[in-house]
Design a protein around this ligand. Structure first.
Ligand code: PRP
Length: 222
């Protein structure tokens, strides 16, 4: 049987993937916000959705726990760096879905002289979930950094003195504003990507191609 498993994370990626699924004729039959189930059935008996942590989507798809997945470019890049050279092996990335758009930026307290620190070549203490991306960015700028790995609420770090700066996702900028932080550098633009397990693509080519093509045709239409 050619069952297809799609890995999604709850929240913005799930919500913004629904219209793309609809274009592929797939409707998820349960609301993840109301159900405690981790495997959600769809209107197509051969297609199911599994709910995983956002950072686990590339792992599920890479190792075949899911055939396809939707994941932010931020997560995908960080996954690649975490897993060294093998980070993207077996992961086919056919589409930029143009959803969940945001950016990864450097932010500091409004009273912190970031430009001065960079100019003087002083050390910068940076808190982030994106250690790999931050390391590479500051290395390319020639800025010496001490990186502190956090798993959430990065905005607190400069407010409590844990760090001078954060590297985090910015969408509307409201979270930074609400915490009196300012964006001082944009590192990269982010959007969500479709990822496909390469072995699945060979073994289940027809149904997977159908989904890729339907998604491709629906990009940017919502
Ligand atoms: C992200 C990010 C910021 C916020 C930015 O968090 O970490 O906190 O969104 O959005 P804004 O610019 O529109 O205010 P998210 O809600 O994705 O949850 P997270 O803390 O788990 O990353």
């Amino acid at each position: 049987m050619n069952h297809i498993t799609l890995a999604l994370s709850k929240g913005r990626i799930f919500d913004e993937t629904l219209p793309l699924l609809k274009a592929a004729g797939i409707e998820v039959l349960e609301d993840p916000e109301k159900s405690r189930k981790l495997i959600l059935p769809t209107n197509q008996p051969g297609v199911r959705v599994v709910l995983v942590r956002a950072t686990d989507v590339p792992t599920y798809v890479q190792y075949g726990g899911a055939d396809l997945g939707v994941t932010g470019l931020d997560t995908l890049i960080e996954h690649g760096k975490d897993w060294g050279g093998a980070g993207s092996a077996g992961l086919y990335q056919p589409l930029d879905l143009q959803i969940a758009k945001c950016r990864i930026s450097v932010a500091v307290r409004a009273d912190f002289d970031y430009a001065g620190v960079v100019r003087q070549g002083s050390r910068l203490r940076v808190a982030t979930k994106y250690v790999g991306i931050a390391r590479e960015f500051f290395a390319a700028k020639g800025v010496h950094v001490d990186l502190i790995k956090l798993y959430g609420s990065m905005e607190l770090a400069p407010l409590t003195g844990l760090a001078d700066a954060i590297v985090d996702l910015v969408s509307t900028g409201n979270t930074l504003k609400a915490n009196q932080l300012v964006e001082v550098e944009r590192i990269m633009d982010i959007s969500s990507r479709l990822v496909v397990n390469q072995a699945s693509l060979k073994l289940k080519q027809q149904p997977i191609r159908q989904i890729i093509d339907a998604f491709a045709g629906a990009i940017g239409k919502n």
